[in-house]
Write a protein that binds this ligand. Structure first.
Ligand SMILES: [Mn+2]
Length: 301
């Protein structure tokens, strides 16, 4: 077994805990990559604890999915050690994330990346776009994240989707309900389709329109603040409104069935002491995504 980085770190835990079927890196179809980056968070920090807490929560998941009649865990889910950041600059961090993501994707792994702040997404998209032509990025988020620069850096989490557009062919942004005057002015010139939270549900076919906006290959980035803060209060920049659990699942299932989803990240969870529900939501969301994406392969065995 050879891992794509040589940090002398102990794994923080396996996604799903101790499952009946375990796998090693070489045989895994899915690789969970924990990236506890928490450098540019602007309001309440704490995303550095997200990956560890999601992995702990995941050990309490039931493996059976009653919606699809599937237990997807045997597809081979391998959890990497947490990434370490012995670097001064965001440029170095971004380059290291891209190097590792490239290696995972080149080896045919389906990456599930756990943040950490949203600035981890652009280098993963860069790696995915190098492998998968005409890549679209589907973002679930409260914030447009389209600033050219913020707090003195183009790698701030508030710039994540602007940087994504440096690499991806297009973006589709869902649940958006917070953006600056400058972002609003820039949007018409950017390769993005935005589904604003205030009006997206007025069309009963809005999920089909999301799917129609996406190219064949799709990378999914889920900022947990895209969810309604009544079910997701554990994030640094909450916004009222947002997606329900069932809306998010229905949308993700439609996209996964209609397009080729090549990878995914869940970012901006800032675990709240005493309230495990938001953290468990993230663990369950990942398992649901894997069920939709790979459940058919398990059932076909
Ligand atoms: Mn956000």
């Amino acid at each position: 077994m050879s891992l794509p980085f040589d940090y002398d770190r102990v794994a923080v835990g396996e996604f799903g805990g101790t499952t009946p079927t375990t796998t090693d890196f070489d045989h895994a179809r899915v690789v969970v990559l924990p990236i506890p980056l928490d450098r540019t968070t602007s309001y309440v920090p704490g995303t550095r604890n997200g990956p560890h807490e999601i992995l702990v929560a995941s050990s309490h998941l039931e493996l059976w999915d009653e919606e699809t009649g599937t237990d997807v865990h045997s597809i081979g889910i391998y959890t990497m050690p947490e990434m370490d950041f012995p670097f001064e600059s965001m440029d170095q961090i971004v380059a290291e994330i891209q190097r590792i993501a490239s290696e995972l994707i080149e080896r045919g792994k389906f990456p599930i990346v756990l943040g950490g702040e949203h600035s981890i997404t652009p280098p993963i998209v860069a790696a995915a776009a190098a492998k998968h032509p005409n890549l679209s990025v589907l973002q679930l988020d409260a914030h447009a994240d389209l600033r050219a620069s913020y707090m003195g850096t183009p790698h701030n989490h508030a710039c994540a989707m602007r940087r994504v557009l440096d690499h991806a062919a297009s973006a589709t942004q869902v649940g958006i309900r917070s953006l600056s005057v400058e972002e609003a002015a820039d949007i018409p010139s950017l390769r993005t389709t935005i589904f604003y939270d205030w009006n997206m549900r007025k069309d009963p076919d809005w999920m089909e329109r999301v799917v129609a906006s996406l190219n064949e290959n799709v990378y999914v980035t889920i900022d947990v603040d895209g969810f309604d803060p009544s079910i997701m209060p554990a994030t640094g920049t909450p916004e009222p409104g947002g997606l329900s659990w069932h809306e998010a699942l229905a949308l993700l299932r439609k996209v996964i069935e209609a397009r080729t989803v090549v990878g995914c990240d869940i970012v901006e969870l800032s675990p709240a002491p005493g309230n495990v529900a938001p953290t468990f939501l993230c663990a369950k969301l990942i398992y649901k995504i894997l069920t939709y994406r790979f459940g058919r392969d398990v059932r076909g065995r």
